[in-house]
Design a protein around this ligand. Sequence first.
Ligand code: KIV
Ligand code: ZN
Length: 398
Amino acid sequence: MTATDPKTAPEQDPVFIFDTTLRDGEQSPGASMTLEEKLAIAEILDTMGVDIIEAGFPIASNGDFEAVSEIAKQSKNSIIAGLARAIHADIDRCGEAVKHAGKGRIHTFVSTSPIHLQFQMNKTEDQVLDIITDTVARARNLIDDVEWSAMDATRTPIDYLCRCVEAAIKCGATTINLPDTVGYSTPDEYRKMFEDIRNRVPNADQAIFSVHCHDDLGLAVANSLAGVAGGARQIECTINGLGERAGNAALEAIVMAIRTRSDVLPYGCNVDPKFLTRASKLVAGASGFAVQYNKAIVGKNAFAHESGIHQDGMLKNAETYEIMRPEDVGVKATSLVMGKHSGRHAFKDKLKDLGFELGDNALQDAFRRFKDLADRKKHVYDEDIEALVEDEISIAGE
Ligand code: KIV
Ligand code: ZN
């Protein structure tokens, strides 16, 4: 096993990364962003190689319409998608917003599960099938790139889901998204759903299948990768996993899983991981949602080590405790955090960094005093260690 080399990711069998930070991410209560913030986020997503950016929900407000239109105008590489319910006015408004893009997409959706049909829509299965036929065809009249989503797909009976997917493809959908809207599925189930649908729907080979997973049970990234194992080739995700309730699958984890484990996840992925940290900070700042310290890839502690055993290993060979190189994801360096679990090796190394070289006895004494301090203080800063060593030097000089 070796650390990631972003340049060695396989180019064959591409999996498309569809970022929905600006749509599903912004739907988290309290995460709304300004136009300037959205443009800055879209710019970095476009630069880092995200294949599709879902820029907003144009019918939701004039602000959302403007954001999708402006992002469509500024983007150089990515396909720009807007979301639309299965309603003519939504689809037309979305078409208006994405028409400015070099490559635009209308993403329309309708619920398919019994519980949504009964309580949310008050419609029969046949009525929803008619809606799919009508709205996908309308979107396809406006634009060549149409994505259709079966909301709550994972709680939809497979026979009915097959009929819906077949109808959507027949009416011109080029991408079929089967979301785990409520984060209910498990990896085996989700993979099997894609296998079954792709085996049973006669025109399935005319569309790209997409995963869209929510993290209510903490399975969003695992489910997304399982869906890809089942034949999906688009992954919908968000920076920092921002999204409704417990959030969506985190883009940074998906990209780094594919890059780091290309031995078992042999897919091509266009995203350049060295932008991940910057994108994460930008989204955290704009949304006001701080990233948890232990978040994979982008958390403050993702490349930090405090335990003596780990620090000792890291000083000898970084691959002892790191499976990715921090610089590959835009982090300057691993940090060996000094605390009560740190060992003598890391302490000596830290002193060297700070410009101190102590003899054996002074080092022993300083290390003991450092441990006492670390027992009392949650964070031991460089300044604390400097003060402690300067003290040691003056005691020795007395
Ligand atoms: O979670 C979901 O089902 C969605 C759809 C609108 C795609 O976000
Ligand atoms: Zn969603």
